[in-house]
Design a protein around this ligand. Structure first.
Ligand SMILES: Cc1ncc(C[n+]2csc(CCOP(=O)(O)OP(=O)(O)O)c2C)c(N)n1
Ligand SMILES: [Mg+2]
Length: 383
């Protein structure tokens, strides 16, 4: 994809694939037979939908960063570098009506778009316009007509809410699944413990994605977690747990397909343990502090593992021509690499148009739809 020197993490600006990492990307996918078979069987349309999702999320973040730099908003919470953990999971779910439920946290904003919330509404929530889904009150955005539970500011709390959905699905004998993402820091909240335990003993159809991005606000993972990682957590709570490379969207996707199938078959809950990295600050305001807290080498190493760049290279060299998204155009004979790159650049142009249009729409709302604080609301604030 095109890189954006003014907005991308510096490690992404001149990104080129590291052959060693690309090999290990492929090796990861071959590691477990069940996952390898799933990946082998994925259709071109699915592979490209994953690519589209990754780009949409990345470009959403770039729009927000641009707005911060231009003073349109004061700060933004980004998922840059962690997109695969969200996209790989959401693409394994059924959509509404009657589909699965997701409870994304702020690092999973990309899930909203994939579940069908228009990008313009995500951006409007940041601008606090009256026509945003929260009518200007909050940027924590959900939409129950699309199966998206809004994030709860107190981290960890939403995991008990997804249990509620899952319990309802179970009682109504619906083969639906609820999913949430729990950050490494959030795993330290009491409510997460309650939620994991309750889901396990009730055998709820929940997928808990533990998203370890190595940091919680300004606290390094090593400062808040004594064990090496989360490997022991599945056994501790009595549920299956699958480790994934959180920067490998296909590894995440294959594990998610398996986890969701287990839940639908009544063998939930399931944990997915994803290792990834926050390629910036907690939000845009503390980038400098985040970079002081971790070594340069750490950023460089994870920068080389850009989930978008690695996936692009993987798809280009997948060894067969992918099908165009509309499925109608004949695939040219010959080297599939150039053709696959061509398809990806078309998708990129398409997503770019979508995001630019969403930006225009949201900025238009700011001109016309700033909420007025009515007398009651003002009084409520001060009474
Ligand atoms: C219960 C609670 N404690 C503290 C906070 C302040 N806070 C907001 S985000 C955050 C870090 C969460 O870290 P993690 O779960 O690892 O998610 P990440 O931001 O890394 O995605 C903290 C401590 C909060 N929102 N809720
Ligand atoms: Mg974290």
């Amino acid at each position: 994809m095109k890189r954006y020197p003014a907005y991308d993490p510096p490690e992404y600006v001149n990104w080129v694939a590291d052959a060693r990492l690309l090999d290990s990307y492929r090796a990861t996918l071959a590691r477990e037979p069940a996952r390898a078979e799933l990946v082998e069987g994925l259709e071109g349309a699915t592979l490209l939908a994953l690519y589209r999702g990754l780009l949409r999320f990345r470009l959403h973040d770039i729009s927000l960063k641009r707005w911060v730099k231009r003073g349109v908003i004061s700060k933004a919470w980004l998922g840059t570098g962690e997109e695969a953990v969200t996209i790989g999971v959401v693409q394994a779910l059924r959509r509404y009506p009657g589909g699965d439920v997701v409870a994304p946290m702020i690092r999973n904003a990309g899930a909203c778009c994939e579940m069908g919330i228009p990008m313009a509404d995500l951006l409007r929530s940041y601008l606090g316009t009256a026509d945003s889904p929260t009518r200007g009150r909050d940027l924590h955005l959900g939409d129950m007509d699309r199966g998206v539970v809004a994030p709860i500011s107190m981290v960890g709390s939403v995991s008990t809410v997804v249990n509620g959905y899952a319990l309802a699905f179970l009682r109504r004998s619906e083969d639906r699944v609820a999913v949430t993402w729990i950050g490494d820091g959030s795993t330290k909240s009491g409510e997460v413990h309650e939620a994991l335990n309750f889901a396990a003993v009730q055998r709820l159809p929940v997928v808990f994605v533990i998203q370890n991005n190595q940091v919680a606000l300004g606290t390094h993972f090593r400062q808040h977690h004594r064990a090496e990682d989360f490997s022991g957590w599945g056994a501790a709570y009595g549920m299956a747990a699958h480790k994934v490379d959180g920067n490998n969207v296909l590894d995440v996707h294959a594990a998610a397909i398996g986890a969701v199938a287990e839940c639908r078959a009544g063998r939930g809950p399931v944990m997915i343990l994803a290792e990834t990295f926050r390629m910036g600050g907690h939000a845009t305001h503390d980038e400098r502090e985040a970079r002081e807290m971790m070594s340069r080498e750490t950023f460089q190493e994870w920068g080389r593992r850009d989930p978008v760049g690695l996936y692009e290279e993987y798809l280009a060299a997948i060894g067969r021509p992918l099908t165009a998204p509309d499925g109608e155009e004949a695939v040219p004979a010959g080297d599939p690499v150039a053709w696959n790159r061509e398809l990806m650049s078309r998708i990129e142009a398409d997503v770019l148009r979508e995001v630019e249009h969403a930006e225009d729409e949201a900025l238009g709302s700011r001109e016309t739809s700033i909420p007025e604080a009515g007398p009651n609301e003002v009084r409520d604030c001060y009474s």
